[in-house]
Design a protein around this ligand. Structure first.
Ligand code: CP
Length: 305
């Protein structure tokens, strides 16, 4: 199946996702054996205009474990020629001369699409804007759900946090809605609820969803709790008690015994560290899956050539 660039979750079909997950399982075994040299002639450029720990490090580790090499700037705003007025398009044209794939994190929504329009090498959107997409995070999230729950069809998923600007929530919603009988529960303070474009997409594909401000009633019903940060400074009212959205031992008691708690990380106060050792807390396994999924994704892009 052809995959030229990775810009948004809607590009992925269920067969392509299953191919990615088959490859991801192979990558887990390859990493356990110490990696491979199969892609030793490949060079990956990571061009990040915004901060990142997981995405950049896991992509770079993925390339090294495939035997390839990495060119990197972790602060494109300061250390690329943007500071001298160079356009994103020209920067991409230049970096494409030196690399076989470009992983781009950018401040502006639509930057990855602009880059892909002129790039002769694959562009991977590593997260863009506020309220844009982060498709590779959604791929590793979906793989984690598949691995932990042994299925995707029929799951009930609660997405909690600042959902309007949540890149990972947006991208994951698009991916999950490709599967059968998914039920979404979007739980957020009213001013941070998921945006109408996502709801229109779910309506179009007749996917079940409910909007709620209070996690209390829903948490006991769902198979997956996908927690994200809430930035207090964006709340219109300062008296809203955000602790209602936090997950701690008392919330855990109400959850199904086989439900899972996910978080794209980094976390702040919204997941209490005292629950980290509960087997349902999968967020550190989820971030490790980022390595394997990104290795698999790179091989799909390289192998099509
Ligand atoms: N989840 C995620 O994208 O983390 P980073 O911002 O650290 O890459």
């Amino acid at each position: 199946m052809k995959l030229q660039h990775v810009i948004e979750s809607q590009q992925f079909t269920v067969p392509l996702l299953m191919e990615l997950f088959d490859r991801t399982r192979r990558m887990e075994k390859i990493v356990a054996r110490g990696g491979t040299q199969d892609y030793e002639h490949k060079v990956m450029a990571t061009l990040f205009y915004k901060s990142s720990t997981r995405t950049r490090f896991s992509f770079e580790s993925a390339m090294y474990r495939l035997g390839g090499r990495v060119l990197s700037t972790e602060n494109g705003k300061e250390f690329s020629s943007e500071i001298k007025g160079e356009s994103l398009e020209d920067t991409i044209r230049i970096i494409a001369n030196y690399s076989d794939v470009i992983v781009l994190r950018h401040t502006e929504e639509g930057a990855a699409k602009r880059a892909a329009l002129i790039s002769p090498v694959p562009i991977i959107n590593a997260g863009e804007g506020n309220g844009g997409q982060h498709p590779t995070q959604a791929l590793l999230d979906l793989y984690t759900i598949y691995n932990e729950c042994k299925t995707i069809n029929g799951l009930s998923v609660a997405l909690i946090g600042a959902l309007d600007n949540g890149r990972t929530v947006r991208s994951l919603t698009y991916l999950l809605s490709k599967f059968d009988r998914i039920k979404f529960y979007f739980i957020a303070p009213p001013e941070m609820q998921v945006k109408p474009d996502i709801l229109a997409y779910l309506d179009k594909y007749r996917v079940h969803y409910e909007l709620a401000a209070d996690p209390e009633k829903i948490i006991s019903q769902v198979d997956v709790v996908y927690q994200t940060r809430i930035d207090r400074e964006r709340l219109k009212r300062s008296d809203i008690d955000l602790s209602a959205y936090n997950i701690d031992a008392s919330v855990l008691k109400k959850m199904k015994s086989n439900a899972i708690i996910m978080h794209p990380l980094p976390r702040s106060v919204e997941i209490d560290q005292t629950i980290d050792d509960d087997p349902r807390a999968v967020y550190f396994r989820q971030s490790r899956n980022g390595l394997f999924v990104r290795m698999a994704l790179l091989t799909i892009l390289f192998d099509k050539e």
